[in-house]
Design a protein around this ligand. Structure first.
Ligand SMILES: Nc1ncnc2c1ncn2[C@@H]1O[C@H](COP(=O)(O)OP(=O)(O)O)[C@@H](O)[C@H]1O
Ligand SMILES: [Mg+2]
Length: 273
């Protein structure tokens, strides 16, 4: 198994329609979350709804503070909403109590962060295995198979400090897949990588989506990353202000120009529910 060498994102329309496979992997309804910052109440997310099909790759874009991480954390069940639902494979995780919430999260969600979050004393292989060692159900792939899939077969016994940033992120992606989650969530996965390595990670996420039929949701503010997705959802001040297909754009510059037009509209004028 190897990573493809093409340099330009290609549209890949092998999305399975929801009617073929039961409930949608992700449906978010009217999601609202506010935070208290001293005397100020911040509306981090205000009535956001979103449906994602099986095998779809969605990018969530928005300026810093627009609510992207809040949305991802709510989808991951790491934060509870003030209002609204998060249906994962038809299960409303916002309504689950512990320990069902943790079990569902472990089974259904794979998480990737900007900072990789690998354990420095463990090898790449043991880092990938960690979710299983800490009580998660193993999926159909071994840690070795996943490391081979992300192009790190020869580096499986290396510890994180012997790996480059891009390699560490590939280990983190393999770790996120070990429990065979329905959805892979990535918050700025290329944020601490150079642009060439970032593109390699994007290509890997797109290939995993294609080969393993994963549903992938990536938070990013970079048009070059969003271009790899099928669809872009734009947040502004906690509102969903736009959704568009990346196939409408020939290159990241065209997507960036469209995105800039959207985020220049005041949020209240552009709200989409
Ligand atoms: N745990 C928190 N406590 C207080 N305020 C928060 C917390 N998390 C997020 N916020 C606030 O919510 C808003 C949205 O934040 P966030 O979702 O992190 O934005 P983004 O990921 O788009 O940069 C910001 O104003 C942020 O300061
Ligand atoms: Mg964020």
């Amino acid at each position: 198994m190897s990573i493809s060498t093409e340099t330009k994102p290609q549209p890949s329309p092998n999305i399975v329609s929801a009617s073929d496979t039961g409930p949608l992997p992700l449906e978010v309804r009217d999601l609202t979350k506010q935070f208290q910052q001293g005397a100020t109440t911040v509306m981090a997310l205000d009535g956001v709804s979103l449906s994602v099909s099986r095998g779809e790759f969605v990018a969530i874009m928005g300026a810093s503070g627009s609510g992207k991480s809040t949305l991802l954390n709510l989808i991951a069940g790491m934060t509870r909403p003030d209002r609204g639902q998060v249906l994962i494979d038809g299960i409303d995780i916002a309504g689950l109590k512990e320990p069902q919430l943790t079990q569902t999260r472990r089974r259904k969600i794979g998480l990737v962060f900007q900072s990789f979050n690998l354990i420095p004393t463990l090898t790449a292989c043991d880092n990938v295995l960690l979710p299983v060692l800490s009580g998660g159900e193993p999926g159909p792939w071994s840690a070795e198979e996943l490391l081979e899939r992300v192009g790190l077969k020869e580096r499986r016994q290396h510890r994180p400090d012997a790996l480059s940033g891009g390699e560490q992120q590939r280990v983190a992606i393999a770790r996120a897949l070990i429990s065979n989650p329905a959805i892979l969530l990535a918050d700025e996965p290329t944020g601490s990588l150079d642009s060439v390595t970032g593109q390699t990670i994007c290509r890997l996420l797109r290939d995993l989506r294609n080969d393993l039929q994963r549903t992938v949701i990536v938070v990013t503010h970079e048009p070059a990353v969003a271009m790899w997705a099928d669809r872009v959802v734009v947040l502004s001040d906690g509102h969903k202000v736009a959704e568009f297909a990346t196939s409408d754009f020939s290159d990241p510059q065209a997507l960036a120009a469209h995105y800039q037009e959207i985020v220049c509209i005041p949020a209240a004028e552009g709200v989409i529910r």
